[in-house]
Design a protein. Sequence first.
Length: 293
Amino acid sequence: MGIRRVVAALALAATAPLALAAGYAGPLFDAHLHYNEEAWNGTSGPHPPADVLARMQRNGVKAIVSNSRPNDGTHLLASLPQTRAAGVTVVPFVRLYRNRADYDNWFRDDSIYEMVRAELARGTDSGPFRGLGEFHLYDSTNANGAVAKKLMALAEEKNLAVLAHVDDAAIDLLMANTPSKGQKVRLIWAHTGIGGAPVSRVDQLFAKYPLLMGELSYRPGLTCEGGKLYPEWRDLLLKYPARFMIGSDTWVNQRWQYYDELMKGYRVWLGELPPEAARKIAWDNGAALFGVK
Ligand SMILES: [Zn+2]
């Protein structure tokens, strides 16, 4: 055995126990990813496509819900042969924001509705858009804004998923604005409530809306010391293993810098769950929702 192979064997021996300790080892579906202007500014940037694709690849991320402000970032990732070469499937969502000013006005701005219709008609090089969002409602009553109502009805009519950063009250309001009253629309609750709605309230909403999904980035109370699950969250995940997904939420460049740590963190607590439940939350639920093989 040459010196290189000895070194390689030693490195393998040293990392193998760590790999086991790192928990879940299967594929990941990143259900909340942004590829915004400041990550990639049109020509160069701190995180050009080769950089973000390498981050996904080395973390076993095989599919992403991609959305970006403006939508150019998603179009770019969806168009590149390098994305397919990295083994990453892009599930494109239409972001409602062209710029930061749109965050606080989208729910009543008809030009956003027109922009969404135009993007849906255009599609991407990886196929049609599959969802709308992420959008934010800092005041839940704006779920009843004229454009918010139209977009929720459009999502149900066109079978588009919706990625919504809202509180629990807004979930009820958004659902009420669909023809089925929330029974048929695929709403993904970003962060499963970043304000920390109690587990009992999340449970109640999941029971009320059978297609409601929860994405788990930034979720307060999910994990405790050592990145382990809090018992009440472990119980909820095991009650609804088909209803949760993980996500990076790369809303600022710092999140790209910590992408490895974020994904490793998920693998730690996923590893605490029975393998079948871990695999569902890590991969199967997103893959089933969007037909990713
Ligand atoms: Zn986000």
